[in-house]
Design a protein around this ligand. Structure first.
Ligand code: ADP
Ligand code: MG
Length: 339
């Protein structure tokens, strides 16, 4: 693949900026880690890189493509007009414009963004997921008899553990009703109630379109939690460093697994990736019950690519340091089947 490729790096901007705006000042801030790191890697490889920050106006994408004619888009766009489900629409537009792009297709972004649709597809293919029920806003809320307590209540289409706290795990009807209402009213979101799965929490990073590579597994450890406390990657457990320290929460490479379990996890996760139509790269959040059953909790199409987040850490350990990973993602953009 030519080093002279013209790469358009597309990402979210928190304010409108014209085409050609150079984000040097912004890239000094910690919040811009992924954009800055991907930009640097693309430049270091030797590509001709242009940046395009999107905010509320999609026409600049059309103008940029028409005038600059990029060979490929590195797609880091996640929200548009503050709606995270518009990520699939950006991919859709790129597809209609006929430009190869990195990351998931619209279909996989749609499927993975919705925690019920993805679970319906997985269970159709006999891949284990927690039993669940969806509660849409303005519908009656009741505790389904076929679900066994405790349950965990989550927003249906969110990510990064937004809306998830220790109070999300409920073991009685009152707490259940209250939490579903909280998701409806305070988060203005539909809700999903899932059976709470006890066990080890693992993150499985996968790269590829047809031939898939699984990188070394990561695990979230909840050192300071009592035996009976639910161990959940809440918003605080993920992002609040003082809280993590206080409760001895650590993300590490997974330690020893029961014999044969790593192979089982690989097989299940590869199958899940395929039936969910995932491509390019993705991360599955899974739990392994004390009995050794593997459950898929969530599929993440286009997971975070920050250098110190799970995907890049696993890739590096698996033999693909950041620059090579970025180059590989560009390569996969050309190999993808755009359906
Ligand atoms: N059914 C479940 N059983 C046990 N823990 C769960 C379950 N669903 C979610 N969790 C916990 O909540 C965290 C966040 O849930 P997840 O569905 O991955 O949402 P997000 O998109 O916000 O990451 C998980 O990493 C896990 O710790
Ligand atoms: Mg998750």
């Amino acid at each position: 693949m030519s080093k002279n490729l013209k790469v358009l790096l597309v990402f979210d901007s928190p304010y409108f900026v014209p085409r050609g705006y150079d984000f040097k000042e912004e890239f000094k801030e910690e919040d811009w880690g992924t954009e800055c790191q991907v930009y640097k890697a693309l430049c270091d490889i030797g590509y001709q890189v242009t940046m395009l920050g999107l905010y509320n106006d999609i026409t600049i994408l059309f103008q940029e493509v028409k005038e600059s004619k990029p060979d490929v888009v590195f797609n880091l766009a996640e929200v548009f007009t503050q709606k995270s489900h518009f990520d699939k629409n950006i991919a859709w537009l790129l597809e209609m414009l006929g430009i190869p792009y990195t990351g998931g297709t619209p279909a996989s972004l749609l499927i993975c963004n919705n925690k019920a649709i993805s679970k319906e597809i997985l269970s159709y293919h006999r891949i284990k997921v927690p039993r669940f029920h969806t509660f849409y806003r303005d519908h009656r809320i009741w505790l389904p008899k076929r679900l066994r307590l405790p349950l965990i209540i989550k927003p249906l289409c969110e990510e990064a553990s937004r809306g998830i706290s220790q109070a999300s795990v409920v073991d009685n009807e009152d707490a259940f009703n209250e939490r579903v209402k909280f998701i409806h009213q305070s988060m203005n979101s539909d809700a999903i109630a899932e059976e709470y799965i006890e066990g080890r929490e693992l993150y499985v990073s996968i790269l590829g379109n047809k031939r898939l590579k699984i990188f070394p597994l990561r695990e979230m450890k909840f050192g300071g939690f009592g035996e009976d406390e639910p161990r959940v990657a809440t918003y605080k457990a993920k992002w609040d460093y003082d809280y993590r320290e206080k409760w001895e929460i650590k993300n590490v490479f997974a330690g020893r697994l029961a014999e044969g379990l790593d192979r089982t996890i690989e097989d299940i996760c590869k199958r899940a990736y395929r039936v969910l139509n995932m491509s390019s790269y993705g991360r599955l959040d899974i739990r392994v019950s004390p009995e050794g059953q593997v459950y898929i909790l969530e599929a993440n199409a286009n997971p975070c690519l920050e250098i110190d987040d799970e995907f890049a850490i696993s890739a590096e350990k698996g033999g693909l340091p950041y620059k090579k990973l970025v180059r590989k993602l560009i390569k996969l953009a050309f190999d993808k089947e755009y359906i």
